[in-house]
Structures are given as structure tokens and as C-alpha cells.
Ligand binder design. Structure first.
Ligand SMILES: Cc1ncc(COP(=O)(O)O)c(C=O)c1O
Ligand SMILES: N[C@@H](CCCC[NH3+])C(=O)O
Length: 442
């Protein structure tokens, strides 16, 4: 397993992250456990900011909270000076409860409800990325009722196919997100937005996809967005003040992944923007990375339970979590790396497939991991689980979601408690007509 950030093997042959021995973390907090390397998160945020400063362009970096959102994470984002992208009332509520400045939050999503838009307007959210005509009218109406002026960007699908998994491509024409560029839809939306007194159109947004390793998709998207800006200026008199290019920068899950350094993505974007807009006409460039900020900072720690050998085919080892804490293998055929956190220096001896504990054949975390001889009770660490794991976790099979700890400089802090059995039935109701359980059979 590749060691990211502050991960290392300590003198006892244990995996250590943020100066904390993971064997001790397992004893203290239990497993499964999400461990987050806080220093690495902060480093990544600073890398984006430093890379932009180096380009000399006007910029803003936001964090896409869908990748991983908790109160503590929102505090870290605020402290590092990034903006925050939210896509639901839940993400917004989390940010507000964490004390995140509302004017630095902006709201995304292809079906924001009237209640969500009202909540955001009332909270003083700084910006809305409007996705479609229905939302445009709805927001204009709600803002007018409140005698407010809502600042907006228009989400655009520039017609660019990013080289990534089909499910996480978002910039192509046939996508549920945004106003289409090619057919002129976004121009019509811009005209409507300009005409609405309660809206102020600041510019455009596009996000071509996620886990992208090349810069050509971004360059192509920028070309189209620059063309759109020129067309809007000549036909509508609109000056594009903000161009938000989304997120999507790839990370290293396994040896097959070849991500570029943050600075390489930012430099390619800056070059594209300069070429497309000309030095004098460059708008403020916004990025909203999620995965590249938190992905490599997360490690999930599991305890190995049962094992099964299918003679001549494969050996399964089962851990105490699974697709409920990490659905990415099942959803996207994602590849992960693992190691035995309690015997990290031992020689690799076998190839095993790591299964979860849920009643679902697709509940697999890793196919064919090479590990030392695995025993029941071993601690298995799976790396790169910081993004879209906790945030996509669920209670299938009524399995409790794990705890999350931040580790830094030898200290660990609980940032999300492990769910209790009572948490699982907290929202269940028993209607009176449902009788007390009595055996109906036999
Ligand atoms: C609109 C938007 N912005 C930002 C992101 C964050 O993407 P990533 O986590 O790949 O950086 C996503 C998710 O893909 C998204 O849909
Ligand atoms: N959930 C996806 C990323 C898509 C994010 C939303 N556009 C993943 O785990 O890779």
C-alpha cells in the first residue's frame, strides 16, 4: 500500500498516521474507523492556493463538501480560507452549524427545492449556481419576494467528455446537469437572468467530471467557456466576472493511477484562461475540488473476521465493514490498496479478496490484494478513503456507520461518533394499529 501524507510504519511494525499508532486507535475507538490525516488535508488546500498565487491570476478556491462534510471539516475549510460548495440543505446546515461564514458558501444542485433555496437566501448564502430554467424562475421569484438580489452563476455543460468512469462524467451534452452550451440554451438562460431584477449574473460554471488525470479536458472546457463569454459580451453586453471550472482532479488510489501534481492542473488552467480570455479580460477563476483535497487523507481501519477459500479460485477475507462504509468498489469498480496495520513490516505471502459483511454478493472492497498471511483479528487498513466514503455511507442491513477521527501531530480527535443501535431506530415510528409483536404463526 502506498503511504500518503503522514502515514508511515513505526518501530513496532504498525501503521502510524498523523503520529498516531493505528493499533492504538483501533483499541480506543473500535473498528471500522475512518482515520483522517488533518495535516494532509491542510497541505492540499494550501497547494491549490499557492499554485494559483504563482499564476498571478485572480482566483478563489472552494472545497466541494459532498466529498466529506462534518462540522470539524467545515471548520478546517474556514480556517484555511477556502469557500464552500454545498449541494443540499444538509450540507448547508452542517456548514452553518460549524460557523462557516454564509457569504463564502455557495449552493449547487440540479433540483434544489424551494425550501432549500429559501433556507439559503435567509441564511445569506453568497452565491447560487443555477442549473436549469425552472430553478432560475423559482430563485428569481423567491429573491424578489424577499426584496433581495441573488448573485448567480449559470451551470453550463460545455460538451466535453472527460476521460473517466461514465458515472462521474458531467460535462458532456447528455447530462442531467446544467444548461447546454452547444444548442444555445445557456445563452437563453443568461438573457433571462439579466432581465430578472432580483438576480445578478456574475458568470458561468462548468464541471467536466471527477478523477481526471489529464489537462486536455479542462483546456477544451475553458476554450468553450471563453467562447461563451465572448458571445455573451457581444450579444447581451455581459461581462463575465467569475468563471468556476469545478473540481475533478485525480488522486492515486492504486498504482495504476497517475495523478498530476496540483500545480500542473492549475498551471494548465491558467494557461488556458490566458489564451481564451486574453490577459486583460481574465475573469476571477474559481475551482471547487473535493476528492483531491480529502481523498488521500483518509484511511479506513477494519478488523478481519471470517475467511473462505474457494479451492483454486480465490480466498476471501471478510472485514467488519463493507459497501455501507465504502460503496465505491461496487459503484465504480474502484480499486483500493490495503495493508495489515498491525503487521505492516511482514512479508507479503498471499493474494486475498476483501469482502464486507453485508448480505450482498457485490459487497467487495478489494479484489486481489497482496498481504502477509491474514489471520482473524488482524487490522486491515484501506488507504485513500477520505472522499466519497463517509459522505456516501449508508445503513444497509442496519449496519451502523463508523466513527471518524482526525489525527495530527500525535493526537487523535473524534469528529463523528460511531452510530449506536439506538441511532438506527431513532426515526422509526410504531403506529398504534400495529399490534405488539405476538407470534402469528404456528
Ligand atoms: C459540481 C461539482 N463540483 C465539484 C465536484 C467535486 O469533484 P471532485 O471531488 O472530483 O474534485 C463535483 C463532483 O464531481 C461536482 O459535481
Ligand atoms: N461520488 C463519486 C464522485 C462524483 C461526485 C459528484 N459529481 C465518487 O465517489 O467517485
Amino acid at each position: 500500500m502506498h503511504l500518503h501524507g503522514t502515514s508511515r510504519i513505526n518501530g513496532q511494525g504498525h501503521l502510524e498516521i498523523g503520529g498516531c499508532d493505528t493499533v492504538e486507535l483501533a483499541a480506543r475507538y473500535g473498528t471500522p474507523l475512518y482515520i483522517v490525516d488533518e495535516a494532509l488535508i491542510r497541505e492540499r488546500m494550501r497547494q491549490f492556493i499557492a499554485a494559483f498565487r504563482h499564476t498571478g491570476l485572480p482566483f478563489q478556491v472552494a472545497y466541494a463538501s459532498k466529498a466529506f462534510s462534518t462540522l470539524a471539516m467545515c471548520r478546517v475549510v474556514a480556517e484555511e480560507g477556502l469557500r464552500l460548495d454545498v449541494v443540499s440543505d444538509g450540507e448547508l446546515y452542517t456548514a452553518l452549524k460549524a460557523g462557516f461564514p454564509p457569504e463564502r458558501i455557495y449552493f449547487h444542485g440540479n433540483n434544489k427545492t424551494p425550501e432549500e433555496l429559501e433556507m439559503a437566501l435567509e441564511a445569506g448564502v453568497g452565491l447560487f449556481v443555477v442549473d436549469n430554467f425552472i430553478e432560475l424562475e423559482l430563485l428569481a421569484g423567491l429573491a424578489a419576494d424577499k426584496e433581495m438580489k441573488a448573485q448567480i452563476l449559470l451551470r453550463t455543460t460545455p460538451g466535453v467528455e472527460a476521460h473517466t468512469h461514465n458515472y462521474i462524467q458531467t460535462g458532456q451534452e447528455d447530462s442531467k446537469f446544467g444548461f447546454d452550451y452547444q444548442s444555445g440554451q445557456v445563452m437563453r438562460a443568461a438573457a433571462k437572468a439579466i432581465a430578472a431584477e432580483s438576480l445578478e449574473l456574475l458568470g458561468f460554471h462548468c464541471h467536466i467530471g471527477s478523477q481526471i488525470f489529464e489537462t486536455d479536458g479542462f483546456s477544451l472546457a475553458i476554450e468553450k467557456m471563453a467562447q461563451l463569454s465572448r458571445e455573451c459580451r457581444s450579444s447581451l453586453g455581459l461581462q463575465t466576472r467569475i468563471l468556476n471550472l469545478g473540481g475533478g482532479f485525480g488522486i492515486r488510489y492504486s498504482g495504476e493511477d497517475r495523478p498530476l501534481p496540483v500545480s500542473a492542473y492549475v498551471e494548465a488552467i491558467a494557461a488556458g484562461v490566458r489564451a481564451g480570455f486574453g490577459e486583460a479580460g481574465v475573469p476571477e477563476i474559481w475551482l471547487e475540488p473535493g476528492r483531491s483535497i480529502v481523498g488521500e487523507a483518509g484511511t479506513t481501519l477494519y478488523t478481519v473476521g471470517t475467511m473462505k477459500e474457494v479451492a483454486g479460485v480465490r480466498k476471501y477475507i471478510a472485514v467488519d465493514g463493507g459497501m455501507n462504509d465504502n460503496p465505491r468498489t461496487a459503484l465504480y469498480q474502484a480499486a483500493y490498496e490495503a495493508m495489515l496495520a498491525n503487521r505492516a513490516k511482514e512479508e507479503m505471502q498471499e493474494t486475498v479478496s476483501v469482502a464486507g459483511k453485508l448480505c450482498e454478493s457485490g459487497d467487495m472492497l478489494i479484489w486481489d490484494a497482496v498481504l502477509p498471511q491474514v489471520k482473524t483479528g488482524d487490522l486491515l487498513a484501506v488507504s485513500c478513503t477520505g472522499a466519497y466514503n463517509y459522505s456516501m455511507a449508508n445503513n444497509y442491513n442496519r449496519v451502523r456507520r463508523p466513527a471518524v477521527v482526525f489525527v495530527r501531530d500525535g493526537e487523535s480527535s473524534l469528529v463523528v461518533r460511531r452510530e449506536s443501535l439506538d441511532d438506527l431506530i431513532r426515526n422509526d415510528c410504531l403506529p398504534e394499529r400495529v399490534p405488539t409483536a405476538e407470534p402469528a404463526q404456528g
